[in-house]
Each structure stands twice: as C-alpha cells, then as structure tokens.
Design a protein around this ligand. Structure first.
Ligand code: RAM
Length: 347
C-alpha cells in the first residue's frame, strides 16, 4: 500500500472551507507547536475507549486526542475491546470509575446498554464525553458529533445516486446492528429515499451487518451480490465495511459494475480508488474528532464549561466550538474523496 505524505494543500477555497478540520491530520502524535489551548489541563487524566481496537479510524482518533492531551499537559490512555460489542465496553467503564479518572471519552457500542456503568462513573466525578457514536443524551455529559446525521445521510445518497445513474437496486453494508451512529444515518437515508423525488427510482433492497469485523463484512458483501443479482450499488457507512467490500469487489466480476460508496479512510481506500473499484466516498478527519473530544473533556473537567447549550471552549488549532442542544458539539461537514484529491490526505 502506498502512503502519501500530506503536502501543503492548495485546493479550492470550497475544499478548504468544507474540510478546514481535515488539514490538521491526526496521523502523528508529536503534539505540534504550542498553540492556544482549551484550558489549564494541569494533571488531568483521561481514558479513550473506542468501539474496538485495531480499526485505523480509531487509531487516528486516538492519535488526535493524544496530540491534544499533550498540548493540554493532560494524560490520556487508550483502552478497548477486540470486538465492537457493548458488553465488552462495560468493564473498561467500570475501571475508569474505580481509577477516578477525570474524563472518559468513548464511542459507544449501544445507546442504552452502557448507561448504568456510565452513571456509576459520573457519580465518581468522571466527566463522560461520547464521540463518534453517542449514547442516549441523558447518559453522558457531551457528544462530539463528526457531522450532522442529515448531512452524512444526504452525502452518501448523493454519491450512490451519481454512481448508478439515479436508478436501480442498492443495499447497505453496516457496522453492528445496534450502533447508534450507523443506525441514525441509515434511518435518515431511508427517509430521504422515500421522500426525495430525485431518488424515486432507487430501491433499497437489503441492509446487512458486518459488525465492523473485516472478514464478516467481506463475507456479507459476497452474500449481498449473490442474493441480489440486479444490485447496482452498495453503501457502506463504516470504514471497516467499505474497505472490506472494496477488497471483495476489486477481485470479483462485479468490479466496475456494482458501485460502492460510503464512509472510508483515504489510506484504506486509496488502492481501490486508484484501481477503479470505487469512484468516491466520504468522511471527516477522525484525528480532529478525537482532538475535539479531548479539548471538550478538558474544558468540562477543568470547570471551564458545564456542558450547557451555548457554552463555548477553545480547541487548539481547531478553533472555538459551542455546545448545541442536547449537549452536542459539531465538528463540521463530511468531505468527499475521489481520484483527484485522495493523494492529498494521509490518515
Ligand atoms: C467505523 C466505525 C465508526 C464510524 C466510521 C465511519 O470506523 O463504525 O464508528 O464512525 O466507521
């Protein structure tokens, strides 16, 4: 696989605007220069708990959080299960409560199942910040949202529609069946498919789950193609799923005939864009998402903000952010990657 070094980006203003956050790539952990910080981090201690370990998306979000923690003078450690299941996350949350950490930053594998453990942690004075995949809002202090669910759903439909000429059968290859983030995006896509006349000739024929496991996602892709011989396109709103589906398609007779889009990391998707399996896909910068979560965690733990709507805090080079309704802080908008720009990104 080819890894491109991120070069100074001289792209059109629209790209810079849409992806201001994307330029601060989170693929290294050198912490950068001393810049503005989100507060006097002091000896804050934080734990980062992704859905599971071994997913490059979360490697990048953790690297972003580590860089932010370094700038804040805070300590951060990453822990997590092998599989993306809620049960597997509970014991890590219990440990954080016992350790009396200042903050827990987690991507939740279930909206409800973690709430008891989180409540224990919060009553032990741990600030709980979800990022990437939320719990029910009342369970946590803040949710750091990568982009609006509407924006993420709309982008994926726009891309698949372009790629299949606005008509035909499509299927979704998702992550785990109870993933809050993917389920919110899928709900929005279903609504948009039903309501938007532009999509009147597109039919969603199946939704399957690869559990953010590479092999299962690969096998589910094969099954989708076998079960739906007229399939024109697949949307995979998970970086694990889209990479596995691209690998399957690129070696199959469906390459170039069945379109594939969704949410992927440029480093995992580069070879499939370059070999013509995939035309375009979308994402945000997971490094920036992790960094923003760490700055928000520090601002809460330091008492700079309480998490009320309208509170604002500094997030280093990412700038100032405001807490919106339901304790949600929004990173930005999804960004589209294709053959013309994929060489500019390294994460
Ligand atoms: C996978 C995970 C993550 C999701 C991305 C798009 O890495 O499911 O939660 O946000 O895909």
């Amino acid at each position: 696989m080819k890894f491109h070094t991120r070069r100074p980006i001289a792209l059109a203003a629209i790209i810079l605007t849409a992806s201001a956050a994307l330029t601060a790539c989170g693929s290294d952990d050198d912490g950068g220069d001393s810049g503005s910080s989100g507060g006097d981090g002091g000896s804050l201690s934080m734990t980062m708990l992704p859905k599971n370990l071994g997913n490059p998306y979360f490697d990048t979000s953790t690297a972003g959080a580590e860089a932010a923690a370094e700038e804040l003078g805070a300590e951060i450690e990453e822990v997590g299960p092998e599989t993306a299941s809620p049960d597997a996350q509970v014991s890590y949350i219990n440990t954080v409560a016992q350790q009396g950490k200042d903050a827990l930053i987690l991507s939740a594998n279930d909206p409800e199942a973690l709430c008891d453990a989180i409540e224990e942690a919060r009553s032990a004075d741990v600030k709980v910040i979800t990022f990437d995949a939320d719990t029910n809002p009342e369970c946590r202090d803040l949710f750091i949202n990568q982009a609006t669910a509407e924006g993420i759903a709309a982008k994926q439909l726009e891309l698949i529609s372009e790629q299949i000429g606005g008509e035909g059968e499509i299927a979704i290859l998702s992550a785990a069946a109870n993933a809050t983030n993917q389920n919110a995006w899928i709900d929005m896509m279903e609504t948009e498919l039903a309501d938007n006349p532009d999509y009147a000739n597109i039919e969603l024929v199946d939704t399957v789950y690869g559990d953010d496991d590479d092999q299962k996602s690969f096998d589910q892709t094969e099954a989708l193609l076998q079960n739906h011989p007229d399939l024109k396109g697949i949307i995979s709103p998970t970086t694990v799923g889209i990479a596995a589906a691209a690998r399957y398609l690129s070696d199959s007779s469906s390459k170039g005939k069945v379109a594939l889009t969704g949410l992927g990391t440029p480093n995992q998707m580069r070879e499939y864009v370059e070999n013509g399996t995939v035309e375009s896909f979308a994402l945000w910068n997971p490094g920036d998402l992790g960094a923003l979560a760490a700055y928000a965690a520090a601002a809460l733990a330091n008492g700079d903000i309480s998490g009320e709507e309208g509170d604002s805090f500094e997030a280093g080079d990412l700038g100032e952010f405001e807490v919106g309704a339901d304790g949600v802080v929004l990173l930005g908008e999804p960004f589209t990657f294709d053959a013309d720009n994929i060489g500019d990104f390294d994460f």
